[in-house]
Design a binder for this molecule. Structure first.
Ligand code: DX5
Ligand code: ZN
Length: 232
């Protein structure tokens, strides 16, 4: 299924894309976790790929995406939380992702990396860590499909959202509106049903959620509650 962003599917705040971050899923039953999340109503799946260097953790590999592809036709996002995305992108023979999201502070030449991602037939996402400024990357807005604002320092799920996250989303929404840039604005890390309203009001239209979906035991209600924030 070709990836269609929340922006393409509707207006920036008329639809919310909920992307399930599998970092918080039960690793002994990943296929069933994908099925569970799909039937609960998520729109896409998010795979954190870590290297134990850029972040002090390890997570998914390209083989996980390939293995899980048989369980769903929903889009897959690969979030590269690793130090050398250019090298890794050149070496992966197969990466079954609809979108590749790279972290801004790992890119010596962002435009080159974006080209590399597009050459693989994938959409382009740019990730910002809590210390990265939104204003500094405004010039890339016309070249990307999705801007990911990390609400936590990368590496681990289950952390509390940094207090400057909402403000960063509002700034990104304003800049993208002023530029008429058709990007999806995603938040990743610490998103839950309690803070979603504020994030959506600030302009987020994609919520990437790990613990708040997989470790709550009531995934369907959480999703319904979030969709209810914008859908009457
Ligand atoms: C953090 C990852 C996130 C993480 C979010 O390094 O990029 O995708 O899985 O997990 P929660 O939703 O539990 O904060
Ligand atoms: Zn992530």
């Amino acid at each position: 299924m070709p990836y269609r962003s929340a922006f393409e599917r509707s207006g920036p705040v008329e639809v919310i894309e909920i992307s399930a971050s599998l970092l918080a899923a039960d690793y002994a039953r990943l296929g069933q976790e994908v099925k569970r999340a799909e039937s609960a109503g998520v729109d896409s799946f998010h795979f954190d790929m870590m290297d134990g260097h850029y972040v002090p953790n390890l997570a998914f590999t390209p083989q996980h995406l390939t293995a899980l592809r048989q369980y769903t036709r929903l889009p897959f996002y690969a979030h590269l939380e690793l130090a050398n995305p250019d090298e890794v992108l050149s070496k992966f023979a197969v990466l079954d992702a609809d979108m590749v999201i790279v972290q801004k502070d790992t890119l010596p030449d962002p435009e080159k990396t974006f080209e590399k991602i597009r050459a693989r037939g994938c959409k382009v996402g740019l990730g910002l860590s809590p210390v990265d400024s939104v204003e500094d990357c405004a010039s890339y807005f016309s070249q990307i499909d999705l801007l990911l604002i990390l609400g936590v320092f990368p590496g681990f799920g289950g952390q509390t959202m940094q207090p400057n996250t909402i403000e960063k989303i509002a700034v990104a929404r304003k800049i993208s509106a002023d530029m008429n840039a058709r990007i999806t604005l995603a938040v990743d890390g610490g998103v839950n049903h309690k803070n979603s309203g504020g994030l959506i009001n600030a302009g987020a239209n994609c919520l990437i959620m790990g613990s708040a979906l997989f470790q709550e035991g009531r995934m369907k209600q959480v999703i319904k509650q979030i969709r209810g924030l914008i859908e009457p």
